[in-house]
Design a protein around this ligand. Structure first.
Ligand code: MN
Length: 696
């Protein structure tokens, strides 16, 4: 042992750099596996795990070999070494409390987070944390031996370059392989966990820094004078509510059910199996859609972009679009001011708000964004009992999800605004297998399409179970239930295969058809109100919020909402997609191509008059998008004081110990408590939830 140790002495510059890199590498791997417990499923992921900390560490430390002055070389190495160590340890402690990684914004907006952490930081320590300090013994021993030759040797410059080149190659390979397995990892930045998993903690910190700088630049340049354009647009665009419907759901609970990857074509669709037998895919949702207690919409389009699910949430709850690039939740969710549904209902109508989601709270940066949306509670994966059996890669399956959610739902003070984010019907739709399938596979040449119907059917029956619970507990009669599909489930590239199942021809399937497939369900179910029906109005997700608020009797004229109430007279009916394409009741327009909705044919020689009409529509679509970008990128809502809403202080929100807080509130309110649990004389309603099992 002693001989081996002696072999590394005297310490040269290169040896020092390699040793420090080795120590950091070991600590990183320990943190990844023991503390972050990031899921690694297969060989390649382990390979990436091994490489990603080393590549960035060598790249950073290796650069110090180019420094000539000895003192500067040592100082730089020590500073870098302890900074990188601190990055690991700080993230480990933060992760133990928040199951998330530190962002620049959490560091600078430290206030509450730090003081909250400061008090509990000792509680967060674990015995094995000594491992993170073992390197001090190694470094102390070297300092004690005092055998260095850390002088600059010009000859070694070549070796330094080789090392840097190797580190750089490793880094690029790491990036390439990651992009291959998780396309859009960098551009969409959907999950901090994925970035750390694939690129490592150091690269994550740098990426977070770049992104924070960029968005701060745009924000810094924005000023209150930018408001006037927006104010004018909103005033011109606002449509007054339909007086017959305004306030018909006033004071009711709002239950929002997010139908993951659910397209309108599934409604009423019957899948023909190999024996020629027909199977209704979503019998419950079909019945709901046709109920006279439901306002249904057959021309409602999703408008999401790279932010996918989170873009749908942005649109539905803010009546603003997602961003041109990347996801608003991850890019701006930690800093912007919003006037979202939970905030408006909380401040103006006294609603309690909560989100239920069986996946990690850090996904799409939800845990930060929701605070700024004004969500009082966020029950994420940490609030659920999740096992290998009842979950898959996107979290808890929908049936156990709804079943377990009611343990929290029953403690919410009424009226509440509660959103349920389902996950089971998620691409690649392969989470149900064998006996659990419960529905025939389609028989097309594409496995993704074949299994889509089974997961949609599973979602349908999960919702049916949840409705049964709502009826059994009486919540049903006192609620407005909103259901929407967030975005397509089958991408355009697969639609020619889907075409045959839909009775269309693959050969003639074109862009027009793809565009029509972007319809998603939007249903407003109001028990006891038999005035419902199916509307043909052309609309998109941006139009949902003013519609819902008007039913609840909330005046929206003072809010920056870019959509129009679906029940208003004189709606514009120009549905903009994020890329500038748009649909109207008569035309579908893709860049220059104009399709006639009635025939589905391309209008190859449009008249002057039609061209003019289309250009007018295009202007409307583009203006709506650019106003949305101005509001979001400039964070203009922070300047806007005429909404009547008080600014949100995100530090007043945290999503820990929520059940304790809810039950404490029930005790405090006593007989004034309006939660279902209190109304039931402090007994749980969870036995009213009848499920056919976790999977089937
Ligand atoms: Mn989604």
């Amino acid at each position: 042992m002693k001989q081996k140790l002696n072999a590394i002495f005297p310490i040269t510059r290169q040896k020092l750099v390699l040793l420090l890199a080795l120590l950091l590498w070991t600590k990183s791997l320990f943190a990844y596996l023991v503390d972050f417990r990031i899921g690694y499923d297969w060989f390649f992921q382990y390979a990436i795990l091994l490489v990603n900390p080393l590549a960035s560490i060598l790249l950073v430390l290796g650069l110090t070999l180019l420094i000539k002055r000895k003192g500067l070389f040592i100082a730089t190495n020590l500073i870098l070494y302890f900074s990188l160590s601190l990055l690991i340890i700080a993230n480990v402690l933060y992760f133990r409390e928040y199951t998330d990684f530190i962002t620049i914004n959490t560091v600078f907006g430290f206030g509450k987070v730090a003081s909250g952490l400061g008090a509990t930081v000792f509680k967060l320590l674990k015995p094995y944390d000594v491992f993170y300090l073992l390197d001090l013994i190694v470094l102390g021993y070297i300092a004690y031996k005092k055998q260095f030759t850390l002088e600059y040797v010009p000859k070694e410059r070549k070796n330094a370059r080789k090392l840097l080149a190797a580190a750089f190659t490793m880094f690029v390979l790491n990036l390439g392989v990651s992009e291959l397995f998780r396309p859009g990892l960098l551009t969409r930045t959907f999950s901090r966990e994925y970035i750390v998993k694939y690129l490592g903690l150091n690269t994550y910190a740098v990426l977070d820094g770049i992104e924070t700088y960029q968005t701060n630049q745009v924000r810094a340049e924005a000023s209150p004078t930018d408001l006037s354009e927006v104010t004018n647009y909103v005033a011109d665009n606002y449509t007054a509510p339909n007086p017959e419907l305004f306030g018909i759901a006033k004071g009711k609970n709002v239950i929002v059910i997010h139908l993951e990857s659910f397209q309108q074509f599934l409604i009423d669709f019957e899948l023909t199996d190999e024996n020629g037998q027909q199977h209704e895919v979503t019998p419950f949702l079909n019945q709901l859609y046709h109920s006279d207690e439901t306002y249904g919409f057959e021309n409602f389009f999703h408008q999401v972009n790279a932010g996918r699910t989170s873009d749908a949430e942005t649109l539905m709850e803010n009546s603003l679009f997602g961003l041109k690039e990347g996801a608003l939740f991850t890019k701006l969710g930690s800093e912007n001011t919003f006037q979202a549904a939970p905030n408006i209902l909380g401040q103006t109508q006294g609603y309690t708000s909560a989100v239920f989601h069986g996946n990690a709270g850090s996904f799409w940066n939800r845990n930060e964004t929701y605070k700024r949306f004004g969500y009082d509670y966020f029950f994420d994966a940490s609030s659920y009992e999740i096992t290998e059996e009842n979950s898959f890669q996107y979290g808890l399956m929908d049936k156990p999800f709804f079943e377990q959610s009611v343990n929290y739902l029953e403690h919410l003070q009424q009226p509440f605004y509660a959103k349920f984010l389902s996950v089971s019907n998620h691409h690649p739709y392969d989470n149900l297998k064998g006996e659990d399938l419960g529905f025939p596979l389609a028989n097309a040449s594409d496995q993704t399409i074949n299994s889509y119907f089974a997961t949609a059917n599973y979602l349908d029956s999960a919702i049916a179970e949840f409705f049964d619970y709502l009826k059994a507990t009486g919540l049903y009669e006192n609620s407005l239930i909103v259901l929407y599909g967030d975005h397509y489930g089958i991408s355009n590239s697969r639609n020619d295969v889907l075409a045959e199942l839909l009775g269309a021809e693959a050969g003639t399937w074109d862009d027009f058809d793809n565009m029509q497939m972007q319809r998603v369900p939007f249903m407003l179910h109001l028990p006891g109100n038999h005035q419902g029906g199916i509307s043909q109005t052309y609309a998109g997700e941006v139009d949902a919020l003013p519609t819902i608020l008007h039913l609840l009797g909330v005046d929206t004229s003072q809010y920056f909402q870019l959509g129009q109430d679906l029940f208003s007279a004189n709606r514009q009916e120009v549905v903009a997609f994020r890329n500038g394409n748009f649909v109207t009741p008569n035309y579908s327009v893709m860049t220059e191509a104009i399709y006639d909705n009635a025939t589905g044919e391309l209008i190859s020689e449009p008249s002057e008059e039609l061209m003019q009409e289309i250009e007018n529509y295009r202007k409307l679509a583009e203006e709506q998008l650019s106003i949305s970008d101005a509001i979001n990128n400039g964070d203009l809502l922070r300047f806007y004081n005429d909404s009547g809403l008080l600014p949100i202080n995100p530090n007043n929100y945290n999503y820990l110990d929520q059940l304790t807080r809810l039950t404490d509130m029930e005790k405090q309110l006593g007989t004034d408590s309006t939660s279902l649990y209190s109304q039931n004389n402090d007994s749980s309603s969870s036995n009213q939830f009848v499920t056919s099992g976790y999977l089937k």
